[in-house]
Write a protein that binds this ligand. Structure first.
Ligand code: NAP
Length: 298
């Protein structure tokens, strides 16, 4: 079967790196979809419009749909779960139906927030138990994906960082705004454990999975992938300051659980299934984050 990948959310933090990984490979033909930021060859499709989506998918005829588009900001989801449901669940169901019609399969990008963070490390197949509406919407999306076709793939990842269009595009790079402003104290959470993951590594990892699946059709179901350094937001902020020769005295560790929408304590993902495919490259946090932040300093 021809290797044709349709990447949704290709204007987003992760989608753009996934598209890059496939577009750089002559074995693959790729098309990226976007919505409000459709430019530079990305096709504009509102995924919450089933007819518009169907026309785009049927025209491209993918062998794989890499579904990265989502509403992933927990605070936004909490305020408007119905709107979130349309993109995180209903559009997913529609894409799965279209994939089945074309004999393709779906890789659904999901999150470690489907777990409650009390019993890490989490293996593929472990029961989900989301603490907030965002995690619930992604868990609902996962169910739809595996019910539509057990040969589909659910691919869970933790907090992401990468090349950003603005510092606030990632929950990691946004910390740098406070780190740079040494004139006032910067309170940083030093409670919840995170495993920041570099999107460029992830794009390559997902391509390895798609290539492995082309050879081995039993590679279905749930997969996990994650950076391997456990860091709190405070740890990340201190590293950023050190990398750019900034003082750290204004960075204040807040050891209480984060306020607002409940977030899991430690969702460390067991990545053994991906590691077994030979996906081992994990860019050290210091190296990855430096490359992302350089253009924002001074
Ligand atoms: N970021 C993280 O830390 C993180 C952590 C764990 C899991 N994830 C998961 O990883 C995936 C990618 O996240 P991300 O950080 O790359 O997200 P993002 O940067 O917020 O990008 C979201 C993408 O979804 C697209 N989109 C939203 N509504 C759409 C609609 N109605 N029609 C078509 N496209 C629509 C956006 O397109 P436009 O911008 O062009 O409108 C954008 O490309 C998501 O499934 C998320 O749940 C992310």
């Amino acid at each position: 079967m021809a290797k044709r990948v349709l990447v949704t959310g290709a204007s987003g933090l992760l989608g753009r790196e996934c598209l890059k990984a496939f577009a750089d490979d002559p074995e693959w033909t790729s098309l990226g979809l976007a919505f409000s930021r459709s430019s530079g060859g990305l096709k504009k499709v509102n995924l919450t419009d089933p007819a518009e989506t169907a026309a785009a998918v049927r025209e491209f005829k993918p062998s794989v749909i890499l579904h990265s588009a989502a509403e992933r900001r927990p605070d936004v989801v909490e305020k408007d779960p119905e709107k979130t449901n349309k993109i995180n669940v209903e559009s997913t169901e529609n894409l799965c139906q279209l994939a089945s019609e074309l004999g393709a399969y779906v890789i659904f990008i999901s999150t470690d927030y489907v777990f409650d963070g009390t019993k890490p490390p989490y293996k593929p197949g472990d029961p989900t138990c989301p603490l907030n509406k965002y995690g619930q919407s992604k868990a609902d999306g996962e169910k739809v994906v595996l019910k539509a076709n057990p040969d589909n793939i659910v691919f869970r990842v933790p907090v992401l960082y990468g090349e950003v269009e603005r510092l606030d595009e990632s929950a990691v790079t946004i910390l740098f705004s406070k780190v740079k402003d040494t004139s006032k104290p910067a309170e940083m959470n030093h409670c919840e454990r995170r495993y920041p993951t570099f999107c460029a590594d992830l794009g390559r990892a997902i391509k390895v999975l798609a290539n492995s699946r082309a050879k081995d059709p039993t590679l279905t179901g749930e997969f996990h992938w994650s950076g391997d350094e456990m860091l709190t937001k405070y740890d990340m902020a201190v590293i950023m300051a050190e990398l750019f020769g900034l003082p750290t005295s204004h960075i204040v560790a807040d050891t209480k659980p984060a306020v607002g929408v409940p977030r899991p304590f430690d969702c460390h993902l067991d990545c053994g299934r991906m590691d077994a495919l030979g996906v081992v490259k994990r860019t050290p946090f210091r190296e990855g984050i430096k490359s992302c932040l350089e253009k924002y300093f001074p």
